[in-house]
Structures are given as structure tokens and as C-alpha cells.
Design a protein around this ligand. Structure first.
Ligand SMILES: Cc1cc2nc3c(=O)[nH]c(=O)nc-3n(C[C@H](O)[C@H](O)[C@H](O)COP(=O)(O)OP(=O)(O)OC[C@H]3O[C@@H](n4cnc5c(N)ncnc54)[C@H](O)[C@@H]3O)c2cc1C
Length: 416
């Protein structure tokens, strides 16, 4: 904005009244804003209010790399939007990405209006200090460095929690310091490099798939506004997830006795970010091992994650809880011990985030049996807790409840 000769004006107050006063003060003829995917009704209210005041209203899809309407138009089977990720990604890959970063801001003016000071993180309830690197220049630098070096290893890094080489661009995307279009376009360009090895190209394609997955969840929220409250799958709307569990505090504080789950939660508390694979494992643990509602997990992580994207968070939480767009016949329940053996075999990640494990022999940590962990206090100053539930038993119990619910559902009258 500064580059284009304008400047930012910060105002605090009720949205519509504040915006209307500002539009009047700068003699604006129109108001443009980016779609709110987690609350499309708020866009409609704003649009009506703006138009009632005789202004042009432009609500645009600035967040995704490819707007929902474009993927829908390319859909062979008709209907609104995609509910299934695989065909969505196929379509997404086949479409052009617009090169125009600011389609609506045709004319920039520099109004002689003073701005209020920028808000502080505490005003949003954030516990962390503002990150000085959260600038567009830093986002572009990060993207360039990532595509040049780490993207070639992405397929590995996205699965191995101790490997920190995913892009870490989510917060930049969420705060708009870089456009998804820029990332997707540059990724496609990089993928065309003829000197890439086959596995490096596969990694770049996997990274592009992640970007497509982000657009997938945005269009899912756009076409299904109820998703912000209710499960996308109608048949799961009455599933009796609990709002709490005797072990909820253990999950919240990273003391479940399952190192991968606990390390993830502690990484989140320490950094405002959690490795993607561990997010899935820790979320699955809450929903299935503890039987707690995905909305509890979503609300909790929303407080901690620096990237703040409710539509993406909700899409992912519903996916993991088996109530969203994942169309598998049964919920996919992650086994936290097997996942740890496979993706954190050296315990590098667990030990990095759980100091109590520093002096515990590997075999004890790996075995992860409830009985063996009782001995852990012998090895550590502050004891690492015994596993709060037996995973196999908890998963079996959940599947039985799920099966009973589905069987009863066949007999239940459709109420929607
Ligand atoms: C339970 C759960 C909750 C999540 N909550 C959020 C959230 O609140 N906000 C958020 O942006 N992502 C969320 N994710 C998705 C994903 O974990 C993060 O986008 C990713 O870990 C961010 O790290 P990164 O930028 O290094 O991602 P990379 O792996 O480098 O991926 C690049 C970009 O692709 C997008 N992306 C990657 N994976 C996904 C995905 N599964 N869904 C949608 N977009 C994706 C993100 O914009 C990410 O920045 C969640 C995943 C789970 C399982």
C-alpha cells in the first residue's frame, strides 16, 4: 500500500458505523473487502449496509489462490463446490492462477487522515509479543528460501515432526503478508525446473497439494456456512461427542503420557505453531481416545495458533473427527504410539519438547505401555505422567459407540 502511494488508516469501533464514517471522511465511492469464510453472513450484512449508503460493495476472494467459483465452474459433475478433496485437487491443478494481486484497488489515494495506532497483540487476546518478522518483505524472503532449498524435502518434512522444514507460511497467509496466489504461482514455476530430481519434483507437488487443500477448506466453508457450528456430514450432527473428559486437562496441558501428543501441545504453547502431522495425531487423541467434541479442540487451538484461520481450522478438525469432508467409512483413529515409532523413531521431537523425558531410557518412552511408565518417576526429577488412557481400549470403545450410533441412525427419522 505504501509502495502505491497510500497508507493504512486504523480505526476501532463497531464495523458498519466505523466503516461508513471513514468512507464519508475520505469521500469513497466504494468499499472492497475480502470474504470472511468462517462467517459469510457477516459479508452479506456488510454488503447491504454499504449499498444502503449508496456505495459500491466489492466482496472478493482474496484469500485462496483460486476462488471457489472458478473451481466450481470447472466441475464436471455440476453442483456447488467440492466435498471431496481428491477431485478438487485435480481441478485445482488444472486451473490458471490469476497474476493480478490487487484486482479492485484501481486507484490509490492518500487521504489526509491520521491513523489510530496499530493494535497490540493483547487486544486480540494473544499472549505472545508481536513478531517483528511479520512483514511482506519477510514473507517473500521466506517463500524464496523455502522454494530454493527446503521445498525439495517437503514430502519428508511434512511427516517427520523433528524436521522443521515445512514452509511456516501459514501465519503469513493468515495475516495477508503474502497472497496464496503468489505462493502457488511461484511453486508451479519452481516445479517446472528441468534440473529437479524426480523426488524433489514430487515434494514440490506435495507442497502444491497442501496449498490446494487450503483452498479446498475455504470453498467448503463458503458453500457450507453451517460448518462453522455443525458437522458437514448431516448424519453426524447428533453424534454424542462429550464436551469434557476426566482427562481433558491432561490433553490441554500436554500431560497425557503419550509423548507425541504432549510434545505437540507443548510445541504449540512454546511457539504458537505445531507440526502438521502432530496436529492430526493430537486432534485424533482428543476426539477418539478421550471422546471429546472437536469444537473444544478447535476453540483451544484457536487461542494458541499464531495463524488464525477459523474456516481452515474447522475444516481440519471436522476432517480428523470424521464428521467433515473425509468420506472414509470409519473414522481414522491415529495410534499415537505407532505414529511415534514411525515418525519420531529417535525420539528427537519428543525429547525436544518434554524435558521430563531427558533421562528416561528410550525403551521406556517407546514402549509407552501404561505399566512400564509407572517406573518413569525413578528416572526423572519431575515425573512424566503415566498414559491417561489405554489407546487400544479407548479406540475400540469409540468404534463401538460409533457403530451403535450408525446402526440407530438407520432407524432414526430424518429431522433435517
Ligand atoms: C486439527 C488441525 C487443525 C489445523 N488448524 C489450522 C489452522 O488453524 N490454520 C491453518 O492455516 N492450518 C491449520 N491446519 C493445517 C496445517 O496443519 C497447517 O496449515 C500447517 O501445519 C501450517 O504449517 P506450514 O505453514 O509450515 O505448512 P506447510 O506444510 O508448509 O503447507 C503450506 C501451506 O499449505 C496450507 N496447508 C497445509 N496443510 C493444510 C491443511 N491440512 N489444511 C489447510 N491448509 C493446509 C497452509 O496454508 C500452509 O501454510 C490444521 C491441521 C489440523 C490437523
Amino acid at each position: 500500500m505504501l509502495e502505491r502511494g497510500s497508507h493504512l488508516i486504523v480505526r476501532r469501533g463497531p464495523l458498519i458505523a466505523t466503516l461508513a464514517a471513514l468512507a464519508r471522511a475520505v469521500s469513497a465511492t466504494g468499499v472492497a473487502w475480502s470474504v470472511c469464510y468462517s462467517d459469510p453472513a457477516s459479508d452479506q450484512r456488510l454488503q447491504s449496509a454499504v449499498e444502503e449508503r449508496g456505495l459500491r460493495a466489492l466482496c472478493v476472494h482474496d484469500a485462496p489462490a483460486i476462488p471457489p467459483e472458478e473451481t466450481t465452474m470447472a466441475r464436471s459433475s455440476g453442483g456447488e463446490g467440492y466435498r471431496s478433496l481428491v477431485p478438487y485437487v485435480q481441478t485445482w491443478r488444472s486451473l490458471e492462477i490469476s497474476t493480478f494481486e490487487a484486482p479492485l484497488l484501481q486507484r490509490f489515494a492518500k487521504p489526509a487522515l491520521e491513523s489510530e495506532p496499530l493494535p497490540f497483540p493483547e487486544e486480540f487476546g494473544a499472549s505472545m509479543a508481536a513478531d517483528a518478522s511479520a512483514t511482506p518483505a519477510e514473507a517473500v524472503r521466506r517463500l524464496g528460501e523455502f522454494l530454493e532449498v527446503d521445498a525439495a524435502q517437503y514430502a519428508l518434512a511434512v511427516n517427520v515432526p523433528a524436521d522443521d522444514r515445512t514452509s511456516h507460511l501459514a501465519a503469513h497467509l493468515s495475516f495477508g503478508t503474502i497472497a496464496a496466489r503468489t505462493i502457488a504461482r511461484e511453486t508451479r514455476r519452481r516445479t517446472e525446473d528441468p534440473f529437479l530430481l524426480a523426488e524433489e519434483r514430487a515434494s514440490l507437488r506435495a507442497f502444491a497439494r497442501s496449498l490446494a487443500q487450503r483452498d479446498f477448506f475455504l470453498q467448503l466453508a463458503w458453500y457450507n456456512p453451517r460448518m462453522s457450528r455443525d458437522p458437514l456430514q448431516e448424519k453426524m450432527r447428533d453424534f454424542p461427542f462429550a464436551r469434557t473428559s476426566p482427562h481433558l486437562d491432561a490433553w490441554l496441558s500436554g500431560r497425557t503420557g503419550y509423548p507425541l501428543v504432549d510434545a505437540g501441545v507443548r510445541q504449540l504453547h512454546g511457539t504458537g505453531w505445531m507440526h502438521p502431522r502432530v496436529r492430526a495425531i493430537a486432534a485424533s487423541f482428543l476426539c477418539f481416545d478421550l471422546g471429546v467434541d472437536w469444537r473444544v479442540g478447535h476453540a483451544e487451538w484457536d487461542r494458541w495458533l499464531v495463524e488464525d484461520d477459523p474456516a481452515i481450522s474447522i475444516g481440519n478438525w471436522q476432517w480428523i473427527a470424521g464428521v467433515g469432508a473425509d468420506l472414509a467409512a470409519y473414522p481414522r483413529i491415529y495410534n499415537p504410539q505407532k505414529q511415534a515409532r514411525r515418525f519420531d523413531p529417535t525420539l528427537a521431537y519428543a525429547r525436544r519438547w518434554i524435558p521430563e523425558l531427558a533421562h528416561v531410557p528410550d525403551a521406556f518412552v517407546r514402549r509407552g505401555e501404561r505399566e512400564s511408565q509407572i517406573e518413569l518417576p525413578l528416572f526423572a526429577g519431575q515425573a512424566y505422567p503415566v498414559a491417561v488412557v489405554d489407546h487400544d481400549a479407548a479406540a475400540r470403545a469409540f468404534l463401538e459407540r460409533y457403530q451403535a450410533f450408525m446402526t440407530a441412525g438407520v432407524a432414526r427419522p430424518a429431522n433435517r
